[in-house]
Design a binder for this molecule. Sequence first.
Ligand SMILES: NC(=O)c1ccc[n+]([C@@H]2O[C@H](COP(=O)([O-])OP(=O)(O)OC[C@H]3O[C@@H](n4cnc5c(N)ncnc54)[C@H](OP(=O)(O)O)[C@@H]3O)[C@@H](O)[C@H]2O)c1
Length: 275
Amino acid sequence: MPETSLKGKTALVTGASSGIGRATALKLAALGAHVFVTGRRQEALDELAPIAERAGGKITAEAFDIRDYDKFQGFIERAAEETGTFNILVNNAGLSHPDSIAKGDPEKWREMMEVNILSLLAGSQCAIHIMRKGGFEGHIVHISSVAARSDASGVYGGTKAMVSALATTMRKELEDDNIRVVNICPGAVITNFARNFPPDYINAVLQSLGIDLTFEPGMTLPPEIHDKVNEAAPALLLHADDIAKAVVYAVTQPINVDIFEMTVRPAKSLQLPDS
Ligand SMILES: NC(=O)c1ccc[n+]([C@@H]2O[C@H](COP(=O)([O-])OP(=O)(O)OC[C@H]3O[C@@H](n4cnc5c(N)ncnc54)[C@H](OP(=O)(O)O)[C@@H]3O)[C@@H](O)[C@H]2O)c1
């Protein structure tokens, strides 16, 4: 079996209806893992199983709001029960409302804290219990951000600073288990992450790259458009696959090898809108 095979492993990826989560789920499935995926948009999740099947992989999807922690933990339990093991949790679901603290809306702060931080904790806790009880070895991967170290990323940056801090604590807490913790800090990646950004800013970026499309608030774009943007500006915006490859690298190491943190960013910095 090749060193990177994930045959016989069970993985669960949150936020897999789009962007980094989608790319990661497809890569893990192509390597042989049975991948359970979640997000809110059922239609987008349903596209994944046939793609995985064509690559010889298996994907099981269920849509729900990840702030329903009972449902999220129930889905992790279902993955373990149906396959008899549980090895990889990718805590990827996340969002940004890029307003300054002075202009921000507390309800949007709450949403970011509940999705970016609390769901990651609820999922990790459940995975740890299942992996300990079953004696399953594997990885818990957090998708943090370079925003964790930025002074210009508002409350979103604060949530990612907490994700990175929690990864440090969790790594230490799990030292005596066969569970490695991986914290990945992406820079700018073309996904639907900018769905809450000011439309004027997004439209100016699309126009400067020659992409004929008018972005409206809350809009999600299909992966084909993301491919086009990445092709137009590879030095400014990574492809979601670039982050998926980092996840695969970390989770295919022997269990005694601790790939704790990776920063994966494009060669050049993208100017973000003033918030
Ligand atoms: N793109 C970047 O430049 C970048 C850089 C650094 C870090 N990140 C991090 O990467 C992760 C993935 O983001 P992305 O860039 O791939 O953005 P994306 O394309 O917008 O994907 C975000 C995913 O999270 C899911 N999600 C959001 N809120 C949810 C909720 N309440 N319940 C369930 N699922 C929810 C979305 O589901 P639906 O679409 O179905 O609602 C979607 O699948 C995030 O944690 C983000 O902070 C991104």
